[in-house]
Design a protein around this ligand. Structure first.
Ligand code: DGL
Length: 248
């Protein structure tokens, strides 16, 4: 059984890739929408939240936990790995290295939450793999707007957010929060020629490797369980629609 969590439905963008890699396994997805957004919270609060979710998923029987959230991964991974050495944690990272590997001369824009951009794990990656021109762009409140789902509000937000970057010939965009791929088409309207990168492929590959290394017997069929911390029935519907839309 594989646990997956995020501050809401954003991590479904990771889960979709996980299902492609491991199509016959049992996933429990914990959508912590009551605590959304993580990106504006302090270190101790994030640690406490992640610790509680981890305990819950371990009690359910998970041996592998995928942190389908850049913010939680950048903040809490060392803490969780130290506290639960028997559990394999797979983390999500902003896809800064794939941009660098593809084109070191890229003019890149890295979108992420405030907590991610201020974290040591993020800055380690950034300093090692930043491209010729590379802009860090904090997007406070964007994940909450995506949870809310009001397209007009999201578009007004994006208009202000991108104002200073439209004339910079951005050719690569890192979607450094698992919520952002859900609005990739809206972002594309501002940067039609950019290549988009997110961490979901790296996470799903790594999870398959970890799964195979543990020799866990296969479940032989896909099972998806969904828990939302605010018991929001609309989130559940949206979750299953997005998670099972594996063609996208
Ligand atoms: N989806 C999350 C991430 O990848 C966090 C969004 C938030 O709650 O601020 O960073």
């Amino acid at each position: 059984m594989i646990g997956v969590f995020d501050s809401g439905i954003g991590g479904v963008t990771v889960l979709k890739e996980l299902i492609k890699e491991l199509p016959n396994e049992h996933f429990i997805y914990y959508s912590d929408s009551i605590n959304n957004p993580y990106g504006d919270k302090d270190y101790d609060t994030i640690i406490n939240i992640c610790d509680n979710i981890t305990k819950y998923l371990i009690n359910k029987g998970c041996k592998i936990i995928v942190i389908a959230c850049n913010t939680a991964s950048c903040t809490a991974r060392e803490y969780l790995r130290n506290k639960y050495p028997d559990i394999k944690f797979v983390v999500t990272e902003p896809a800064i290295k794939p941009v660098f590997d593809n084109n070191k001369n890229s003019i890149s824009l890295i979108m992420a939450t405030k907590r991610t951009i201020n974290s040591d794990n993020f800055n380690f990656l950034y300093n090692k793999y930043k491209t010729k021109e590379s802009y860090k762009l904090m997007c406070p409140g964007l994940a909450d707007l995506i949870e809310e789902g009001d397209k007009e509000k999201i578009n007004n937000y994006l208009k202000d957010l991108f104002n200073d970057y439209l004339d910079k010939d951005i050719d690569s965009i890192v979607l450094g929060c698992t919520h952002y791929p859900l609005i990739k088409d809206m972002i594309k309207d501002y940067f039609p020629n950019a290549i988009f990168y997110d961490g979901s492929y790296g996470v799903s590959n790594q999870t398959r490797r970890v799964f195979n290394s543990l020799n866990i017997p296969s479940n032989n069929k896909l099972i998806l369980e969904f828990i939302d911390s605010s018991n929001n029935i609309n989130k559940e519907k949206l979750f299953f629609t997005l998670a099972l839309d594996c063609n996208k």
